[in-house]
Ligand binder design. Structure first.
Ligand code: NAP
Length: 388
């Protein structure tokens, strides 16, 4: 049963369940079955449909009963419910209560109602879909109701209702290409999940959940690593940069630049932005983060992607990183070349990386395997290891 199966993500996963596992699927949503978007999601009537609003506990219970009537029995429940964000980013103070509740309730009350409605069913699993924003860019400054909803539905350190009779988990998704459509082109630094990648992530997440290995999984496409064009030109690896001599401390100038560009992106006065405050707490979300990073990369003539904001999570930390990145490459020592002292040799890693992962990584890098194929192979390997 897929709550929200007529949405972007729920539709892809429903079709995947049918095509790959020959599953019987029933979707739940508020719109009538005659709605064109719902009709399209029903995959030529291969998906069943129950109309209901799960923010109402009685309707949630009724939806489960009706879904059971259509399916015979329910083995798994996916919660992909959300209220689509169609308005422009806005501040919390500008949101009316009705609009706030429209986005918040499906995530908070809807998630709880569905759990309570299925709590006595002999399920194999219940899996909630949420957003990676719950950990990183709360979106609090721009999409406050959605941010509050996903944060409320993403308890830390992970979902585990006391006494649940079946595994309950959560996938925190990054952006799906399907939901951005052609607009994805406007966000070149944001990693987008293709349908097959998302479906493969989903399979892996459910396998981990059912094996009680991980209840919470983040499914996102990591953008390409941060590199400096200058560093590539000079052949200097970024990993060596921190030890390079810093010819000129550009941090104050970089902090000023970052604050100015961030203020412009968020449309707030510069004075409101403290360099030590986390980007998430300043209201940076994945969209504004992407715009901000693109502006900085353009201005400094470097390659930088939105992932940098996860790693260097405030103006101060990002300025430090950029200062290292822009520092001149270390001079090669002049002849004669001394053999490196033993202490200068790289330390072996504390634990050897999993051999399979190394091999898959190499085949992915060589273009032999797609991301979805890598995930599929990992999924199969997990299944084999579980059986051993
Ligand atoms: N799309 C992305 O790029 C993305 C990124 C990160 C996370 N996510 C997460 O993935 C999940 C799905 O997102 P999506 O983009 O597929 O959303 P979506 O396209 O807006 O679809 C949401 C679905 O939820 C249903 N729904 C909304 N309120 C409901 C209610 N009260 N009762 C029953 N059904 C309700 C909607 O159907 P009705 O309108 O007919 O009720 C629709 O089928 C969400 O948890 C979202 O936070 C998505």
């Amino acid at each position: 049963m897929v709550v929200g199966g007529s949405g972007f993500v729920g539709r892809v996963v429903s079709r995947h369940l049918i095509d790959r596992f020959d599953a019987k699927v029933v979707c739940v949503g508020r719109r009538p079955q005659s709605d064109p978007a719902v009709r399209e999601a029903l995959y030529g009537d291969r998906v069943g449909y129950v109309q209901g609003d799960v923010t109402d506990p009685r309707q949630a219970r009724r939806a489960i009963t009706e879904a059971k009537g259509l399916l015979g029995e329910i083995h798994g429940v996916l919660f992909a419910g959300a209220t689509r964000i169609t308005g422009a980013p806005g501040a919390l103070a500008d949101l009316g209560e009705a609009e706030f509740r429209a986005h918040y309730e499906i995530k908070a009350a809807g998630a709880r109602n569905v759990y309570e409605a299925v709590a006595d069913e002999p399920l194999d699993f219940l899996c909630y879909f949420s957003s990676a924003q719950a950990f990183s860019f709360g979106g609090a400054g721009t999409h406050a109701a959605y941010a509050a909803g996903i944060t409320s539905a993403t308890p830390s350190p992970g979902p585990s209702p006391p006494g649940a009779a079946f595994p309950v988990g959560i996938v925190n998704w990054g952006a799906w290409r399907a939901s951005f459509g052609v607009a994805a082109r406007d966000y070149p630094t944001l990693g987008f999940l293709d349908d097959d990648e998302g479906a493969a992530c989903f399979d892996t997440a459910v396998r981990l959940l059912r094996a009680s290995r991980h209840r919470q999984v983040i499914g996102m496409r990591a953008p390409a690593p941060v590199t400096a064009r200058g560093a590539e030109r000079s052949g200097a690896a970024e990993g060596r940069r921190p030890s390079a001599p810093v010819a000129h401390d550009r941090r104050p100038e970089l902090r000023g630049l970052l604050v100015a560009r961030l203020a412009r992106t968020l449309r707030v006065p510069k004075e409101d932005l403290s360099p030590s405050t986390a980007f998430a707490d300043l209201g940076v979300d994945s969209i504004t983060g992407s715009t901000f990073v693109a502006a900085i990369a353009e201005e400094l003539g470097i390659e930088l992607n939105a992932a940098a904001l996860y790693e260097f999570s405030s103006v101060e930390r990002l300025a430090d990183h950029l200062n290292d990145l822009l520092a001149p490459a270390p001079q090669e020592p002049s002849a004669p070349h001394e053999p490196p002292a033993p202490s200068a040799r790289p330390e072996p890693p504390a634990t050897a990386p999993d051999d399979l992962i190394v091999k898959l990584e190499a085949r992915f890098a060589a273009g032999e395997l797609s991301a979805a194929e890598v995930l599929d192979l990992l999924d199969a390997e997990l299944a084999t290891r579980e059986q051993r």
